[in-house]
Design a binder for this molecule. Sequence first.
Ligand code: DAH
Length: 341
Amino acid sequence: MAKPQEILAEAGALIEKAQGEQELEALRIRYLGKKGELTAILRSMGQLSPEERKTLGQEANAVRAQIEQLLEERKGSAQAAARAQQFEKERIDVTEPGREIKAGVTHPITQTFDEICRIFMSMGYSITEGPEVETVFNNFDALNAAPTHPSRDLTDTFYITEDTLLRTQTSPVQVRTLQASKPPIKVISPGRVFRPDTPDATHSPVFHQVEGLLVDEGVTMADLKGTLETWAKLMFGSQTQTNFRPHFFPFTEPSAEMDVSCFLCGGTDPGCRVCRGGGWIEILGCGMVHPNVLKVGGLDTERYTGFAFGLGVERIAMLKHGIDDIRLFYENDMRFIRQFA
Ligand code: DAH
């Protein structure tokens, strides 16, 4: 029969090599269990002299205690190792830069809004917005539209009640701005407008405009031309030329439409898809603010003058990107929208 010290040496070596709690439990049973080797030694002591029994008994009990301690220690270190391994596996580097979530693409209308507005903001304009549901007064009367003006017709405007409507233009923001603030006034106003048009390649009942208004002492048509020419060169390229054609709008006098030289062919291609060979593209309406409009804001029209302009966002986006059907903007077909990423 093995001596307690031999058992201790053997058990110690095995405990040290053991992996995990299961193996350690098996070793505990093997050495300390009821049928274990140390128990066997204690049971066999009947034949020994009392003296020998005492020594061996003490020795066996000491070895039992040592094996118990070794098992306990090994169990602790096995647990610590397992935990360290788990930590290593679950480790995250909180300093790592985040991954970009590609949630979508800015809609081409929004991109065009941004481009137009950024240029005017760089010239010192601030942005103001007006409501889509407007009063008939702000949309027509205050803008000097005659009671018989054709755009007031029930077939040309979405009326909500007799005196409210879905605004047909962003120009009523001029009225709101004049009523709410004092010159110098220098604002642009991007927004959605509504007209009961049957949708086709160039018409939509909902579309977008950017309105501009500048009012101060001594503002002239030269300021209007200089401002819009600067904007056109930044928007369409530095080689861009402008041309102002006389026009009529009730809220400006004189009024004009501004054309820009074709940014695609510069007027050299008779078959150009953008200018159709004419060399010029109509871009916006503008003019000197009519005194009747300034009066709505309570301004002294001898002292103050101003200019205004309004442009269609879809039209500009279509020209710039070669889009041939306005309805593409509203269908939310990601195959179309992703092309503007
Ligand atoms: N409101 C006009 C339209 O919808 C566009 C416009 C023309 C706005 C001339 C202006 C302007 O401010 O001066 O057709």
